[in-house]
Design a protein. Structure first.
Length: 337
């Protein structure tokens, strides 16, 4: 398939391709998404094929205005509405009981649907021209790091999709916070830019699903199907090192060889003897979030790297979102010093 490249100004054209049943990779403020007309079952099925995504992993429907959610869900509980009022348009996805309008293939047979109103202007314009919700998972080949740059999408999907929209680098760099209102207490299924602390200050107690920080057994039932798949895994083996800068530097300098790379913070860099890539300043979790997936992709291009020692981020605020992706990339292997 010949993949067309689109640029800002081509939003109407993108919507036309979607309306004809095509699939188009589009920028959002979190990561790039691979979009299809969310009400067209055949178009949505093409997303699963292009990504190599398991069909039991449901998709997020993206809407242009917060009130558009009313067509897609049967009720919006008060706490969900408070979060919508505070964080939309933005990096928050809510999971609520779905209406009949939502095709089965979007919610992978579940009774619920995931909905997000993104803030990225290109994405919003395309949804407005289409006049329908856009179903979109992250625009990577399943299992690879989510794409935060146009070049990442081109690398994964050129020749597999109808078009890729070059919208520059994603502002935040990690996927949205996913929160479910299925149970009595709201539950964070995936941490992101909108933090647990921010959410609790508005609606009180929320649960962090155990799958956010822990390994899910193969046969265990999970609330978010995406949690059970291998994710973000580079070719090299990754081990997370939980420690302060000094101990981390000692450890990697003692245990590295010519095939080892340190995925560290800016402050560690000067004292590390072997190969290293920094994913930001230790104190700047927004910078870490923005650079994290790009760092994993850079490592994947370095054939000589067989082992990665990754410095562990903080586990609160946005740090929890980075930690959630990092431990998946490491297959949950952590060394505490
Ligand atoms: O920031 C984002 O959320 C990006 C951009 C493109 O919007 N999208 C994204 O989609 O990350 P995806 O498909 O890669 O991740 C969506 C996650 C998956 O883990 C999926 O299992 C979960 O949300 N999910 C979707 N619908 C669900 C539902 N009805 N119940 C539980 N989990 C659901
Ligand atoms: Mg994804």
């Amino acid at each position: 398939m010949k993949t067309q490249i689109l640029y800002p100004g081509d939003e109407k054209l993108a919507a036309e391709i979607l309306l004809r049943g095509g699939i188009v990779a589009l920028p959002t403020e979190t990561v790039y998404g691979l979009g299809a007309d969310g009400l067209n079952e055949n178009a949505v099925k093409k997303i699963f094929v292009a990504k190599g995504r398991p069909s039991d992993n449901p998709l997020i429907l993206h809407i242009a205005e917060p009130e558009d959610i009313l067509d897609l869900v049967s009720e919006v509980p008060k706490k969900a509405q408070i979060l919508i009022d505070n964080f939309w348009p933005g990096a928050l996805t809510v999971i609520l009981p779905r209406t009949d309008l939502v095709p089965n293939v979007v919610s992978a047979g579940l009774e619920t649907v995931a909905v997000r109103c993104p803030s990225n202007e290109v994405m919003r314009k395309v949804i407005k021209y289409l006049k329908r919700p856009i179903a979109a998972p992250s625009a990577n080949i399943s299992g690879k790091p989510s794409p935060t740059k146009f070049s990442h999408v081109l690398n994964d999907l050129d020749g597999k999709v109808d078009a890729i929209f070059d919208g520059g680098d994603c502002e935040f760099g990690l996927e949205s916070t996913v929160i479910s209102f299925d149970g009595e207490v709201p539950r964070i299924l995936r941490p992101g830019k909108v933090t647990k602390e921010q959410i609790e200050s508005l609606i009180g107690e929320v649960i962090i699903d155990p799958a956010v920080t822990g390994k899910v057994a193969k046969d265990q039932k999970v609330l978010s199907p995406g949690m059970k798949y291998k994710h973000y895994a580079p070719r090299a083996k990754v081990i997370v090192i939980k420690s302060d800068s000094g101990k981390y530097i000692d450890y990697v300098n003692k245990n590295s060889d010519e095939n080892t790379l340190s995925l560290c913070f800016d402050e560690d860099k000067a004292k590390i003897k072997g190969m290293c890539i920094s994913y930001g300043k230790e104190s700047d979790d927004e910078e870490q979030a923005r650079l994290f997936f790009d760092s994993l992709r850079k490592i994947d291009k370095m054939n000589e790297v067989k082992l990665v020692f990754a410095r562990c981020p903080r586990k609160d605020g946005i740090g929890l979102a980075i930690y959630n992706r990092l431990i998946r990339s490491a297959g949950f292997e952590v060394i505490e010093l």
